[in-house]
Design a protein around this ligand. Structure first.
Ligand code: ATP
Length: 454
């Protein structure tokens, strides 16, 4: 039963196949260690005897296959033990995937059979998609595979800041506290937190990401055999459903895991019934998944932007601490890191030093060039130069890898800057970047993503 917030040092004995579900409190530290037995957090085994420190508000479960004793120190919002979990069905999925990876590895010369499973996890919001993705990745990595994690969730993604689609190889089980490693993610910037801001642009980016991974896989038998795990958005109705189908097609998904929704599962089974190489599997949602309302989600996005921003600037020599899971920082820590160990650099440049673009909007052709009666349609994937104005204040801009203007839409990004001041008289723009020095490119993309969400 839930104990509510408790603050004493205490031991919890977990029977086999049970889990301790914890929500760390918002304002005080929590640490935990494994005293006896074995246990894991979302697929990653925890080392015996070593205190793990959890940031405020983190929600997680310590699960044991064979039994364990856990010691906790600090306060929690809630902590309780659960003996009913879907973990057996999840590990069974892992076992099937593992078999497919082995088969793929055994036939490296054939382009079809050498492809390991391409798993896509779908389901409504708060069904535990990210958590299941994470477990499957960690279990695979534990066995020496290097699966690719693809995150298409632009609202609550776990690779980089919101507003992006991204992918990264997972070479080690994911650290329960630090999260997904941020060394070399491949990131495409959409710039909005919902795809409805520009559906076509979102699709273009999903396609670009898929093509880039396809190319990487063709030269890397190990990644290819390991396959991928694709996390998706919780938007599953109407256009959201269309986007799921688009992702399934674009990534050539072979295993579709549907969490917690009969209707979605049967719709997908029906529409994919003529594809013998695609399996649609329904899985139970864990009772431990914590629902988050719109406000909580928005806050989480803010923390994530401020947090990951520091750590991620891959093309840019930078001393900022790299693998930095700041999604859980307190407000005063936004700028300087949890232990004041990060100092973002404020840079002032001339308007003419930067080329800022947005994607979409603006009429495609002048009315005079169209047949009589036709309305000019906005081309959703048109590159539109943005003139610098105070409208850019507090927006997050992505630094494109593109050297040429016409490559911007199809290029991934090196990192992000944040506009802190616009001086219209002196034509100067002030921005914060994680490091000092010149940006890797002068081509920047802007959307509606702000540093501070209202
Ligand atoms: P979204 O709708 O944002 O895509 P999701 O379906 O990916 O959400 P998760 O992010 O996996 O859902 O889970 C929601 C929250 O519940 C997370 O904070 C996660 O850490 C927590 N959670 C998931 N499973 C458990 C569990 N068994 N015990 C405790 N907390 C859990």
């Amino acid at each position: 039963a839930a104990t509510g917030g408790s603050t004493t040092v205490r031991q919890v004995k977990l029977e086999k196949e049970c889990e301790l579900r914890v929500e760390a409190s918002a304002d005080s530290p929590l640490r935990l260690r494994l005293l006896t037995g074995t246990a894991e957090i979302f697929g990653t085994e925890i080392p015996p005897g070593i205190w793990l420190n959890f940031p405020p508000r983190l929600k997680f479960a310590v699960f044991t296959w064979y039994g364990a004793t856990i010691e906790m120190d600090g306060s929690t919002e809630t902590d309780y033990t659960a003996d009913e979990t879907p973990m057996i069905s999840y590990i069974n999925v892992h076992a099937v995937l593992d078999g497919r990876r082995n088969r793929a590895k055994a036939s490296p010369s054939d382009s079809d059979t050498s492809q390991g499973p391409r798993v896509i996890v779908v389901g409504p919001t708060d069904s535990g998609k990210s958590t299941l993705s994470r477990m499957l990745l960690s279990w695979a990595a534990k066995q020496g595979w290097k699966p690719t994690f693809v995150d298409l969730d632009i609202g609550q993604g776990s690779i980089t800041i919101p507003g992006c689609v991204a992918a990264t190889p997972i070479e080690l089980p994911i650290d329960p506290v630090e999260g997904i490693p941020l060394e070399m993610p491949m990131v495409y910037f959409f710039g909005h937190v919902t795809p409805s801001a520009n559906i076509d642009h979102y699709k273009v980016l999903v396609k670009e990401l898929a093509q880039t991974l396809e190319m990487q896989f063709s030269g890397n038998a190990e990644s290819r055999a390991s396959g991928m795990v694709i996390n998706t958005m919780g938007w599953i109705e109407g256009v959201g459903y269309e986007l799921l189908l688009h992702a399934i097609d674009t990534f050539n998904a072979t295993v579709i895991l549907v969490l917690g929704q009969e209707k979605l599962c049967s719709m997908l089974k029906d529409v994919l019934k003529n594809r013998p190489n695609v399996d649609v599997v329904k899985l139970q949602k864990s009772g431990g998944v914590v629902s988050r309302n719109a406000k909580v989600r928005q806050k989480a996005r803010g923390y994530r932007i401020r947090g990951v921003w520091y750590s991620y600037f891959s093309a840019y020599p930078c001393n900022a601490k790299r693998t930095f899971f700041l999604s859980l920082l307190l407000p005063q820590e936004y700028f300087y890191g949890p232990s004041n160990d990060l100092s973002p650099h404020s840079n002032v440049v001339n308007f003419s030093d930067l080329f800022i673009y947005r994607i979409g909007g603006g009429p495609q052709a002048p009315r005079s060039a169209l047949p009589i009666g036709a309305e000019p349609a906005a081309d959703p994937t048109r590159l539109v130069p943005v003139s610098i104005s105070r409208d850019l204040l507090h927006l997050v801009l992505a630094v494109s890898y593109a050297k040429e203007q016409d490559q911007i839409i199809s290029s991934n990004v090196a990192g992000f800057i944040y506009v802190t001041d616009i001086d219209l008289n002196r034509k100067k723009i002030t921005y914060l970047a994680p490091c000092a020095g010149e940006l890797p490119s002068k081509n920047l993309i802007v959307g509606t993503l702000t540093w501070i969400e209202n």
